[in-house]
Design a protein around this ligand. Sequence first.
Ligand SMILES: Nc1ncnc2c1ncn2[C@@H]1O[C@H](COP(=O)(O)OP(=O)(O)O)[C@@H](O)[C@H]1O
Ligand SMILES: [Mg+2]
Length: 387
Amino acid sequence: MNRLSSSSAPGASVSPGSGAAGAFGASAAPSNTRPTGFRPPGTGLASPQVQTLLHRPEWLLGTPLLPSRHAFELPAAMPLIISVGGGKGGVGKSLLSANLAAKFVRTGMKVVCFDLDFGGPNLHTYFGVDSRGVTLSDVVVTGQKRFEDVLLQTPLQGCTLIPGARSEALGREGSVDPAAMGQIYDAVVGARARFGADVVILDLGAGTQFHTIDMFLMAHLGIVTALPEPTSIENAYMFLKTALWRLMDHVGARSKKLRAPQEIKAALNASDGQGFQSRGYAERIRALPQQDPEFTRYLFAAMAGRRTGIVINQARNQQDVNVGGSMELIANRYFGFQSQFLGYLNFDDVAWKSLRNRRLLAIDFPQAILSHRLNDIASRALTMFGL
Ligand SMILES: Nc1ncnc2c1ncn2[C@@H]1O[C@H](COP(=O)(O)OP(=O)(O)O)[C@@H](O)[C@H]1O
Ligand SMILES: [Mg+2]
């Protein structure tokens, strides 16, 4: 971890809330980002500036330490990795994943989607393709196939899909075997050299199981998708808390400071019980007696080394949209993640109409407001990385 010792952690600075999203139905663009539409990034992703950003040691520090070829050394050229999670089922993770892919390929980028929902893999249905039973498990469990063999061409030129498998097929019951996770990690970070991917999209399952959280933390940008309703928001916060807890484990493992995360978690749990909940975890970690100040510095560096995006789906009015701004603020201030409200998706029947036809709404309904909102989200995600 020597490369990190010169880093200027803590860096989880709080960005100004960009929550005020403007009139409902209009663009929710914060003023500092491109409002609508798309500027093709051209060779941006291959540029030394962007590649330096994708290779940040602070980012690597927070990724899971798996039995993997790229556990410590990243490949020379990396794709931009975006994970789509949120803790709850049916909130639009797959819809967002597939349609973001459609938006990205329109700019000339090559996209590989990984269906990593081990509870109910169905991303192929959004694309209208059939895996014919050949999935991720044939690669990472039986070893009968290579990733290249299971990669499916989607109807989108420039977009391929690794179809998902149910967790029963992936190792231990209810969780994913570390060796399988290591192979997935290698394929994801190596997707530029291996599949020519500019962007990799990881469509995650519901829940806060460690393998799901670990795949969320494998991304440069982790998107938390939520509906503007209490159960979904609660699950999103639980998802962020578990991500913070898990991030401590990864930083501890990578910096060989294995006890520090346990001590911090115990102190935070104890302070939860003493009515300190009003003070966020980030603040409380900073205020803890510094048993291992170096670990705390690494932890904040790892948080600053990745981005978290908030997306509100199925918004029906301005109040719903405003939930995104509040969540951004809480993700930043309470949990310490560098977060931005990326935008909202309005509730629209074209979502199920296109799904029923096994076609992408971004392709079939480009003039729908929903499609424009997807543009905004895709555009802001790229802007975060200077694209
Ligand atoms: N903005 C929206 N308006 C209307 N229906 C939506 C919207 N977003 C998603 N849906 C519907 O919600 C359901 C769940 O979406 P999905 O993306 O599969 O959720 P997840 O992947 O989070 O489980 C689908 O039937 C989808 O058509
Ligand atoms: Mg899904």
